[in-house]
Design a binder for this molecule. Structure first.
Ligand code: PSV
Ligand code: MN
Length: 442
């Protein structure tokens, strides 16, 4: 059967992509029996081991991950870009796509906007649409890595770190404008990632660039509302290939400390040199009360922006082990802003995001199965083998029926990918939007 979208009317225009609950219920019926059998088996096993299954289910349902507005279209590389067709070409359509993800997974209840790519033309209409789709506005991202159309100054040689005061002021003002836009939408967080750095030795004075960045960030921080957070994202290289001003978590932490209590470090999983121990970074930042947000993705070589969990799922699990520990033991941290930051060259972006959302939940679920008390005893006894057994015992548990339960109890699809395909969503989007649409982003 061909799926047709149910509609509702907004002030401005017909927003047509809204999946009806009854369609999901109908699809779920096909695999309900199987799900119940698998879930009962797992729940029984976990209960016998002393786990509180309903507590795990409710913790998992609370985890909402923001979808980046820039990941709804096909991504590209410096060699080119292949469209995936039916891409959203404006903010309204991007929200529609996030709405699809939220209806199917019930874990994508937020969107992270990038300015100036996503400046709303009608704030009330956008807020109304987001409310109707059950989507919140997560962190807003500034962009000083590209020159904007009517910009007076260029960011070619840096933005907040630039040797020119005029350039720095333009970049500071842009960040203040982003706060203002986010404020109107109900966002409570600004994410700053700087491409600033140098391509050749000697090009930059490291100390001047760092000091300029600190001063600029302090200026932005002064414009941050009291109930807001500022997240400082680090990255070791790219687009600058010799040095990056905020190259690692140490630099980010120093800058956040220099700004104040509302400034935090953001960890993007792809922003580390090969083989970095990310879980340890996460752990220490939590100890210091300075972990503010996350960009999830996966990578093989560099900032590959691949589907979460597609390359190193065990590393992701170890990161979640630290996050679970931190959420229990480090109340000095704020609630984290969870975001995906991925790019899709060869997959349907929405399918890719569904897979990422599921991988995040899976890693979290497995980390929740680690018996922290038992692990502590094994660590105190220096029982290295036991420590590994505990971690890998949790990791090897098949938690898929647990995730199904989480989705089912909040009205999502037992299998979001199957539902997405059965409902022919991409075809419908192509029919509505055409083949040649291009989403803003990188
Ligand atoms: C940079 O690589 C980054 O991770 C930052 O979060 C950007 O804002 C984002 O990607 C989007 O390009
Ligand atoms: Mn990122």
């Amino acid at each position: 059967m061909k799926y047709t979208f149910g509609g509702f009317y907004s002030i401005k225009k017909l927003i047509s992509v809204k999946i009806k609950e009854e369609h999901i219920v109908k699809l779920n019926k096909n695999s309900l029996k199987n799900h119940i059998e698998n879930f009962d088996f797992l729940a029984n096993k976990l209960s016998k081991k002393g786990h509180n299954v309903s507590d795990i289910v409710s913790k998992l349902s609370e985890l909402q991950v923001a979808i980046p507005s820039w990941a709804l279209g096909a991504g590209g590389t410096r060699f080119g870009r292949f469209s995936f067709y039916g891409e959203p070409s404006n903010l309204e359509q991007k929200l529609e796509d996030v709405g699809v993800l939220q209806s199917l997974t019930q874990t994508a209840g937020a969107v992270s906007l990038h300015i100036p790519w996503d400046i709303p033309s009608d704030y009330n209409a956008i807020i109304e649409q987001a409310d109707a789709l059950n989507i919140k506005f997560d962190s807003v991202n500034s962009n000083t890595f590209q020159d904007q159309k009517y910009a007076i100054e260029t960011y070619k040689y840096g933005s907040l770190s630039n040797t020119s005061q005029a350039v720095r002021e333009q970049a500071i003002q842009h960040n203040l404008d982003v706060i203002n836009i986010g404020n109107k939408l109900g966002s409570k967080c600004l994410t700053i990632w700087l491409a600033d750095g140098s391509c050749f030795p000697g090009q930059n004075n490291f100390q001047t660039a760092f000091q300029n960045t600190q001063d600029s960030l302090k200026n932005i921080y002064m414009g941050l509302p009291d109930d807001w957070k500022m997240l400082i994202e680090y990255k070791p290289y790219e687009p600058n290939l010799y040095s990056t001003v905020i190259r690692d978590w140490g630099a980010s932490l120093m800058l956040a400390n220099g700004c104040g209590d509302k400034a935090f470090t953001l960890v993007d999983l792809g922003h580390h040199l090969p083989n970095s121990n990310i879980e340890q970074i996460v752990s220490i930042l939590q100890l210091k009360g300075k972990l503010g947000g996350f960009h999830f993705n996966d990578s093989k070589y560099g900032d590959d922006d691949l589907t979460v969990g597609s390359i190193k799922p065990y590393a992701l699990f170890l990161i979640f082990n630290e996050l679970v520990y931190g959420m229990e033991n480090n109340p000095q941290n704020p609630d984290l802003n969870w975001m995906i930051d991925a790019s899709h060259n060869v997959k349907d972006p929405l399918e890719d995001l569904i897979q990422s959302l599921e991988a995040i939940q899976e890693a979290y679920a497995k980390a929740l199965l680690i018996d922290q008390a038992e692990l502590k005893v094994a660590q105190l006894n220096n029982d290295v083998v036991k420590c590994q057994e505990i971690l890998q015992g949790a990791y090897r548990t098949d938690v898929r029926s647990l995730l199904e339960k989480v989705r089912l109890s909040s009205g999502g699809a037992l299998s979001p990918i199957n539902a997405y395909r059965s409902l022919n969503i991409r075809d419908t989007l192509i029919k509505e939007r055409g083949k040649n649409t291009v989403a803003t982003g990188l």
